[in-house]
Design a protein around this ligand. Structure first.
Ligand code: G6Q
Length: 544
């Protein structure tokens, strides 16, 4: 628990004063003052190279940010998480996604029980199942092997699996087609299965609670579709449905044999569960060995986060730089810009991880914060964004810090593509930092009237995150990196990064409106006049 409000910590106050003094310093000056800045303000650890020199920070800024982490109790809170303490105070739960990748034989105790053996027993069961599907041993109801896998889940039970499937497609079997259904919009399901044969299709119902409206609705629709395609024999479900859940009772109630259920635990949050049973689709795609390599990547980053000094600690440093950009320089968003097509869903995944975790307005003890918490995360893979929204990043009025992510080696080394891709990512970071002055524009012979339009102010901060090659192991490291950035920032902001009460209200109101939409036209509605009118308008379309 926080000991004193964030804004009264000495380091916070010192950072405010420091920000006032240094606000007008341009990255051009910082680089001129220190010829070695681009070599010095870098970190090379566990296979990830971070160049943070293009942030608007000096040695004093970094020193004060380090003090802020100490004064905010980051060290103690990291220890508390790894020790299985119930740091998710509003739900009275431990927060142990780190146990999901703990080495076999190690020990993490929750409520007096070592959870690591349970984790490995589920991983082993997943591996056995995946081997049977991938080898064709597992036969569908009519004796055919599985050629299509459809993951049905939403939020944390969808975004991680989709992101990981796309990210690791290079390593995946091409003998099985993978689809992901999440939206309650029937179009999502219809499009996912329109070209699939039921007798070759396996549905994975991924839901921690097994009560989520979207997932259960899609799961029922999937069962109807399957049975319709297999002559209505209800026993067909057994060979075509498996469940990923913590709720055995609901799984059995749906009609899935709990032998075909892969469990996890209440100390794994949905958005932190892609390396738990929720990753079954990932393991099916890339195989158990590659999945283990991904877990090893997660584990390496956990170890680094837990043991590296703060000034050499990738998640801590990136977390603190984010605090500097948001809380002191006033940035409202962060753009995540992977220069790798396989990471096309990584920004969407990070949106949930960061914004559902730290999009909070009260502290752990329920007091309203008087500072900004999580910025808005967004992004697209490079170079596509360069031809659309980068305009605003370069010349708009807002400050948008960017995380560039790129790999030295391409998994698809086609012609000169990779050199061009990498040239672009380096060029963008350079242009954002240093811009182009009016003087430079004039020297090029630009007409006077055009000069202001062609000036790039620069001084836009960015991080460059590089690794050798996108492998399962590196993906594990990248995801764990951002998980721990979120943890670092949540600790500084003194919020609970592990609950999500904010998603509740809309769910409750939707449950109230569903019967109203489907009921007789003239029942009395008790909403505001706008909502009432919208319901009445829609009713005319739903009425038989
Ligand atoms: C994640 C959230 C949320 C959750 C979904 C799906 O941290 O809790 O996105 O993952 O609402 O929940 P179920 O897995 O229970 O269906």
């Amino acid at each position: 628990m926080p000991t004193s409000p964030l804004t009264s910590l000495p380091a916070w106050k010192a950072l405010q004063a420091h920000c006032e003094q240094t606000r007008s310093v341009h990255l051009r000056e910082l680089f001129q003052q220190d010829a070695a800045r681009g070599e010095r303000l870098t970190l090379d650890a566990i296979g990830i190279y971070l160049d943070y020199s293009k942030n608007r920070v000096g040695d004093e800024t970094l020193r004060l940010l380090g003090q802020l982490a100490e004064q905010a109790g980051l060290r103690q809170r990291i220890d508390a998480m790894f020790a299985g303490e119930k740091i998710n105070v509003t739900e009275k739960r431990a927060v142990l996604h780190v146990a999901l990748r703990a080495a076999r034989g190690s020990s993490i105790v929750v409520d007096g029980e070592n959870v690591v053996p349970q984790v490995h027993s589920v991983l082993d069961k997943m591996a056995g199942f995946c081997n049977r599907i991938r080898s064709g041993d597992w036969k569908g109801h009519t004796g055919k092997p599985i050629r299509n896998v459809v993951n049905i889940g939403i939020g944390g039970s969808d975004l991680g699996p989709v992101m990981a499937y796309e990210a690791l497609k290079h390593y995946s079997t091409r003998a099985i087609a993978f689809r992901f259904v999440s939206n309650i919009d029937g179009t999502d399901f219809a499009e996912a299965v329109h070209d699939l044969r039921p007798d070759e299709t396996l549905f994975i119902v991924a839901s921690k609670t097994f009560t989520t409206l979207e997932t259960m609705t899609n799961a029922h629709t999937a069962r109807d579709w399957l049975l319709a395609g297999l002559g209505g024999d209800a026993s067909a479900t057994a060979k075509h449905f498996v469940a990923l859940s913590t709720n055995a009772k609901e799984v059995a109630g749906f009609g899935i044999d709990t032998m075909n259920m892969f469990g996890f635990w209440d100390w794994v949050g949905g958005r932190y569960s892609m390396d738990a049973a929720i990753g079954l689709s990932t393991m099916l795609a890339i195989g158990p060995e590659n999945f283990q390599a991904m877990l090893a990547g997660f584990r390496a980053m956990d170890q680094h986060f837990r043991t590296a000094p703060f000034d050499e600690n990738l998640p801590v440093l990136l977390g603190l730089l984010g605090i500097w950009n948001s809380n002191f320089l006033g940035a409202e968003t962060v753009a995540v810009l992977p220069y790798d097509q396989y990471l096309k869903r990584f920004p969407a995944y990070l949106q949930q991880l960061t914004m559902e975790s730290n999009g909070k307005r009260v502290t752990l003890d329920g007091k309203p914060v008087d500072y900004q918490t999580n910025p808005i995360y967004w992004g697209e893979p490079g170079t596509n964004g360069q031809h659309s929204f980068y305009q605003l990043i370069h010349q708009g009025t807002r400050l948008i810090p960017c995380d560039f992510i790129a790999f030295h080696q391409s998994l698809n080394p086609v012609g000169r593509h990779h050199a061009m891709l990498m040239a672009n990512v380096f060029a963008q970071a350079e242009a954002l930092a240093f811009g182009k002055t009016a003087n430079e524009v004039e020297t090029e012979g630009t007409a006077d009237s055009l000069v202001p339009h062609r000036v790039f102010p620069g001084n836009r901060p960015s991080n460059m995150i590089l690794a050798e090659k996108l492998t399962p192991e590196i993906l594990g490291k990248l995801v764990a990196l951002y998980e721990h950035i979120v943890f670092t920032q949540g600790t500084i902001w003194q919020v609970n990064s592990f609950d999500q009460w904010g998603v509740e209200l809309g769910k409750v109101l939707a449950q109230r409106i569903i019967p109203e939409l489907e009921s007789a036209k003239d029942s009395i509605l008790g909403h505001d006049s706008s909502t009432n009118r919208l319901i009445v308008r829609q009713r005319t379309h739903l009425a038989p």
